[in-house]
Every structure is written in structure tokens, then in C-alpha cells.
Design a protein around this ligand. Sequence first.
Ligand SMILES: NC(=O)c1ccc[n+]([C@@H]2O[C@H](COP(=O)([O-])OP(=O)(O)OC[C@H]3O[C@@H](n4cnc5c(N)ncnc54)[C@H](O)[C@@H]3O)[C@@H](O)[C@H]2O)c1
Length: 256
Amino acid sequence: MGELDGRVAIVTGAGQGLGQAIADRLAAAGAHVAVFEVDTAAGEAGAAALAQRHGVPTSVHHVDVSSSEQVDAGVAAVLERHGTIDILVNNAGVSHVGPHTQDVTDEEWQHSIGVMQSGVFFCMRAVAPTLLAKRSGSVVNVSSIRGFSPNPGRMSYCAPKAAVLMMTQVAAGEWAESGVRVNAVSPGFQRTPMWERDVARGAIDNDFYENLVPMKRLGRPEEVGDLVVFLVSDRASYITGANVVIDGAATSVPAG
Ligand SMILES: NC(=O)c1ccc[n+]([C@@H]2O[C@H](COP(=O)([O-])OP(=O)(O)OC[C@H]3O[C@@H](n4cnc5c(N)ncnc54)[C@H](O)[C@@H]3O)[C@@H](O)[C@H]2O)c1
């Protein structure tokens, strides 16, 4: 028996990378997983793998989290398919690296804020009636060390990641009395498709970052997955409004 047996989890952006690993660890603990993805093919492949590996019910919903209409429709579809919602993991993200503030385009800014700030808000708002009515449930918002450790060339990335930390605390305070917990995780440098794409186009120097991290390696997506399982489980019953940094001490040294 898994500690999340029968609980229904929505994971956004679970088609690959951290979201896929988070979905995998949740399913391994017995959760039913609903994937919100713009890359439906990746979402379908990921969900099929989860169902096969862990034998849990899964579903995939074509949801662009930057659209409140799509989020609301996706949440309604999850309620219809799975009957309830217990867990939301706001993971979907996009990476814009390079231009300094003066060169950031409206398009880049709106895209980044739309997915990683508005998307987090839309999803929290959409699941709130279900969680508050049940007087239980748990939300984990994936921020980043870039939510509190600034990085030149990442204005449109750092801004929503910082906002996510504040939105986590506001919602945690609002919903604490109703038994609904809201936490953030802030990963450091993780080897995911997002990371590999940034390395491939020369925006990130992999060796530099591996050497920068005091643990001398990048994070593994399953390590974030295990952290999320802990935070949504009953073992973390008094933890809400927290931001858990998982970065191999990258931001514990001055250059991080
Ligand atoms: N990779 C890292 O080093 C790192 C570090 C800290 C935080 N993060 C954060 O972790 C999260 C996952 O990152 P990753 O590295 O796995 O990225 P990734 O690009 O590998 O995967 C992101 C997933 O999100 C999906 N997605 C993108 N826009 C979407 C939208 N509008 N609606 C729904 N789904 C959407 C993509 O299709 C993709 O499957 C992001 O929020 C990212 O900012 C990543």
C-alpha cells in the first residue's frame, strides 16, 4: 500500500523533465495522476508509462496553463474522470535565458509570466473549491533558486519564480484553517530537457554549473519527485507556506 493510495494528483507539464519525475514518484506512492500538458504526445507517452509501471489510473488533458479557460475546463474534466482532486503540483515552465532587461520582448515577457505566474494562480484558483470543500489537500508550486537568487539575463524567468514564492505563502495563510497546505520547492540546476536545450543553444555552460555546485553534480529529477511526495503526504502535515530549496548547496556559497 502506498502512502498516497487513491489520492488524485494534477501535475502540470508532466510530459517530460521534473514534471514527469514528480508524476512518477506520486504514482509509485499510489496516487492517480492527471497530466496537464501542451505537448499532448509527450503527456500521453508519460501517462501510459505511469499506468504500466505503477498500475494507477491516469489521464492526460490538453491544457495550456496560461489560459484560465483551459485550466478551468481541465479541472472539470479531472473531476469527471477521477471523481475528486487531492493534490496539485504546479510544475509547467518555460526557459528564457539571455537578453538583459532592455532587450526582453513583450512576447517573451508575456509567455514567461503567463505560464509560470498566471498559470500557477489559475490552477490554484481552479482546484480551491474542491480542496476547501474537502478540508484537505496539498499544493506544491515549483519555483526555482532563481526565485530568490538573481541571474542576469533571466528577468522574465526570475520574476515569476519570485512571485510563485509569495503566492505560495498568501494561499497557505488563506487556506491553513481549512486544512489545505501550500508549499513551494526551489530546485537548483537539474538535468532535464529544459536544461539540455539551454546547453545545446549555448545559453548555459554545463561544466561551469557542475563545478559551481558544492556537491559537484546537477540535481536528479527523481530527487525533486521524492521531495514533492513527502510534502504532499501526511508526514508533512504541519508544513505549509514553506519553500524547500533542493540545490546541492548551490545557493549556500557566494557565487550560487
Ligand atoms: N531544469 C532546471 O534546472 C530547473 C531548475 C529549477 C526549476 N525548474 C522548474 O521546474 C519546472 C520544470 O522544468 P523542466 O526543467 O522539467 O522543464 P522541461 O522543459 O523539461 O519540461 C517542462 C514541461 O512543461 C510543459 N509546458 C510548457 N508550457 C506549458 C503550458 N503553458 N501549459 C502546460 N504545460 C506546459 C512542456 O511541454 C514540458 O513538458 C519548471 O517550472 C522550471 O522552471 C527547472
